[in-house]
Design a protein around this ligand. Sequence first.
Ligand code: AMP
Ligand code: ZN
Length: 120
Amino acid sequence: MSKVQNYDPDCLFCKIIQGDIPSDKVYEDEVCYAFRDINPQAPTHILVVPKTHVPSCAAVSADNAGLVAHIFTVIARIAADEGLENGWRVVSNVGPDGGQTVPHLHFHILGGKRLSGQMG
Ligand code: AMP
Ligand code: ZN
């Protein structure tokens, strides 16, 4: 099913979506792809990415906001499927100060423990 729009050959997550780099897939549809983080920061740590190469939240506009709206419905569904009924966190890092290391828009779902109160 995987097919990346605006594919960036230098982008790790474009390659993961395409299947050129292996990943532990959790969910996939026409719009987005979800997989387990290789370096989990919580018992559940899942990344949800659009199948369109968008660099970060800073590039979200009226033209692509529908991707984000859809992804948030998927995030809620994944959190429920993972059994995170006691709560969870969704995070998207932007740029160097935000701690973004992969320049393809992605949302971290973190849960399965009482998360740190630190936000920055
Ligand atoms: P960020 O630092 O917000 O850009 O998030 C990038 C995330 O991608 C980090 O949490 C990494 O652990 C994760 N990551 C890097 N390479 C892989 C990979 N090959 N498979 C799964 N997750 C990865
Ligand atoms: Zn990409």
